[in-house]
Write a protein that binds this ligand. Structure first.
Ligand code: CAA
Length: 255
């Protein structure tokens, strides 16, 4: 249900369940998790791009698969827990390249990534309320932090107010909009740029930015400063600063 490829130090994971608009059934999600775990532990990979098709990044959790599920089953199996386990463990940066629909779990999956690029026709929404349920993989939390309470409420409570790519850009949910056919290439270009930096400082920077969502400002600043100090134990910090002083390009060794 997915395709994977590598381009230099960048891995690309493409959701490939076109007939169901990449609805995130459990088999698909396990394939994504396995691929991400493999790339995360591969020293030859520095960043990952996650994408779907031009019609749909993902149209949400698989409604047909879950429609008859009962609370006890959901609770005992911690339903949707497996969605966040690998993605929140990812140490390497992951860029979502979103063309077409990113609805429900599709929008939530994009928001679990570190950077979102949108194709011009992308649609972001949380329509779960129309199904008699609510977002279950971060839609009420990450969306609210990204677009603010009023817009998040409007989206989550009506299930029909969606964001276009331009609106998503204006609200800060995504950081760039590209023509659909150029989107994945642009995401790969950014991923390659990141993958060319020292891998240790990239991971530390990702960790520090993510703590901005978890910690108070003073704790976050303390955490950041300790990591900054720690970068001076890496070969890449020595190389990066020496290269600047010698007016040449750094050669990072990811150590
Ligand atoms: N689950 C299962 N199947 C889905 C699906 C989903 N989330 N989304 C689309 N599909 C299937 C359709 O059933 C259809 O299959 P058939 O050809 O077998 O009938 C196929 O994909 C194509 O879909 P449509 O014919 O509906 O395509 P469309 O272009 O007319 O509409 C759409 C596109 C607006 C995205 C529409 O498919 C839609 O509304 N999908 C559901 C969106 C949704 O409600 N997502 C939230 C799911 S719940 C969730 O995600 C919970 C959570 O927080 C984790």
């Amino acid at each position: 249900m997915i395709k994977t490829e590598t381009q230099g130090r960048v891995a690309v994971v493409t959701l490939d369940r076109p007939k169901a608009l990449n609805a995130l059934c459990s088999e698909l999600f396990h394939e994504v998790n396995d691929a991400l775990a493999r790339f995360d532990s591969d020293d030859g990979i520095g960043a990952v791009v996650l994408t779907g098709s031009e019609r749909a990044f993902a149209a949400g959790a698989d409604i047909k698969e879950m429609k008859d599920a009962e609370f006890i089953h959901n609770y005992k199996t911690n339903f949707l827990g497996h969605w966040v386990e690998q993605l929140s463990r990812m140490r390497k940066p992951i860029i979502a390249a979103v063309n077409g629909y990113a609805l429900g779990g599709g929008c939530e999956l994009a928001m679990m990534c570190d950077i979102i690029y949108a194709g011009e026709k992308a649609v972001f929404g949380q329509p779960e309320i129309n199904l008699g349920t609510i977002p279950g993989a971060g839609g009420t939390q990450r969306l609210t932090r990204a677009v603010g309470k009023s817009k998040a409420m409007e989206m989550v409570l009506t299930g029909t107010v969606n964001l276009t790519a331009q609106e998503a850009l204006a609200s800060g949910l995504v950081s760039a909009v590209h023509p659909p056919e150029e989107l994945v290439a642009e995401a790969i270009k950014t991923a390659a740029k990141i993958a060319a930096k020292g891998a240790v400082s990239v991971q530390m920077a990702k960790e520090a930015v993510n703590q901005a969502y978890e910690l108070s400002l003073s704790s976050g600043l303390h955490f950041e400063r300790r990591l900054f100090q720690a970068t001076f134990a890496t070969k890449d910090q020595k190389e990066g600063m020496a290269a600047f002083a010698e007016k040449r390009k750094p050669k990072f060794v990811h150590e």
